[in-house]
Write a protein of this length. Sequence first.
Length: 225
Amino acid sequence: MADAGLTKALILNMQTNEQIPVMYNPEEFKLEQGNNFAEVGIPGLNMSPIQYVRGKARTLAMDLFFDTYESPADRRWPAGTDVRQYTGQIVRLLDKLPDTQAPPVLLFALAQFQFQCVLVDVNQRFTMFLRDGTPVRATLSVRFQEYVRVDVQIQTGFFFGPPTLITITKGKTLSALAYDYLGDPSLWRQIADANNIEDPLNIPPGTPLTIPRAARLANPGGPRP
């Protein structure tokens, strides 16, 4: 486990600027990423087409090893120190901060690899104890999720975003759909135009509809179907 002379992995609390160096660099870490897709149910088709929804946040997982049974060469801690003094620094990163009421945003750095994230979960395993029961060896299985600051443009209660494909249900009107998906029932005409609907009062249940990206309000308070 010795890694003297290697660049130490570091966990930086970006809210408090506290730096938590790991005791030993992880032997490996796993970085996962992917996409989310939704099935679009269309009557009569044997297989449902799929629609891209969004990308998944990347996750970073690894095991961190801690051992205080013997004092290290640099004498950072005395032999027999309770290992929870060191593992607790990482476990406490799950706690909410009083000013934000959320866990802190972190930066995991190992040499040129940097990952802005939040700590999702920690699994603690203690594997060695002194005669008095003091734990002196532990492995933490940690999982971080990527943190991405998103600036979302909002206008009159709805988000600008990609089109959505839905299937209309019995009794649902275009104005109700405009309220549900665009935040304003007066935008029903955008849905009608996007789907070439000539009679907005007579749409058969099961009809697939595309909900367009919300556009700038041109006629707030306009007529409803």
